[in-house]
Design a binder for this molecule. Structure first.
Ligand SMILES: [Mg+2]
Length: 271
């Protein structure tokens, strides 16, 4: 009860901050945050009503909305189903896709690229019964949808392979729900830092995410915005508040819309 009350107060204070401010910044993870997980990730569509709310926020043209996903950036566009192009940071932040379609990729050092290439070759031959995903800057193993015993086996074999490599310069191990990623480059925390630096942390800012990989983003936003853990079950987190999807997520987006609408009105009435 205390927790829920505190969260409600925190949210209220956050949205009050929209009055008199400009260009609120809405940073959103995709999988698990806006869309429920699916074994086939190309079928992971947002919860009913979420795309509509995002479209309305975008249509207001007051919010700077940016998506930050672990996937290649372009993958989420057809799933999101938004009316206008948006900015997406992909591969946990090493890739940036602009609304005009241009794309930037953080360069991977040659030595690291060599390690990843060898790993690719090996996992393409044998992926331990898991799903191997080959990214520009990373090797990813997924075990969503398999039995618990099978998942444990895949995880053990993947760890044995990834963990020594993660000790090399320029490579880190990233744990996420039902998978492991060995990767190079900026993480979601680095992406949030870069976005705040570029867009200027002048107005209200929020980051919504569900996974361990979002914790770096929550930490990067500390003292500069509101971090929100979107998840059915609570877990230890650096986030300021916890929302259960989809109902509380939709309520948050509705409050965002309303706060932007009021923001316009207060500026009108004070001029
Ligand atoms: Mg996620």
């Amino acid at each position: 009860m205390g927790l829920a009350h505190e969260a409600a107060e925190r949210l209220e204070a956050f949205f009050r901050g929209f009055a008199g401010s400009t260009a609120p910044l809405l940073l959103l993870d995709y999988d698990g945050t806006l869309a429920p997980f699916r074994v086939d990730r190309f079928k992971a569509k947002p919860w009913a009503g979420v795309s509509e709310l995002l479209n309305r926020i975008q249509g207001q043209t007051k919010t700077q909305m940016v998506f930050i996903t672990g996937r290649p950036a372009a993958e989420i566009l057809p799933l999101l189903g938004l009316d206008a192009p948006v900015e997406v940071w992909g591969l946990h932040g090493t890739e940036r896709l602009y609304p005009d379609g241009s794309r930037e990729l953080e360069p991977v050092p040659a030595a690291v690229r060599k390690v990843l290439d060898d790993l690719r070759e090996q996992l393409n031959r044998d992926s331990f019964g898991g799903l191997f995903e080959d990214k520009d800057n990373a090797a990813v193993m997924h075990w969503r949808g398999v039995s618990a015993a099978r998942a444990k086996q895949i995880e053990q074999r993947t760890r044995k392979l990834f963990e020594p490599l993660a000790r090399l310069d320029g490579l880190v191990l990233l744990e996420f729900s039902a998978g492991l990623e060995l990767r190079a480059g900026r993480d979601k925390g680095g992406a949030v830092e870069a976005i705040l630096k570029e867009k200027g942390a002048i107005g209200p800012a929020a980051y919504l995410g569900d996974d361990f990989t979002d914790e770096a983003a929550f930490e990067a936003l500390q003292g500069r915005g509101l971090s929100v853990l979107v998840r059915r079950e609570w877990r230890e987190t650096a986030a300021d508040v916890w929302l259960r999807p989809p109902a509380e997520l939709k309520k948050f987006l509705t409050q965002w819309l309303e706060a932007c609408r009021m923001q316009g009105q207060s500026r009108l009435s004070s001029s």
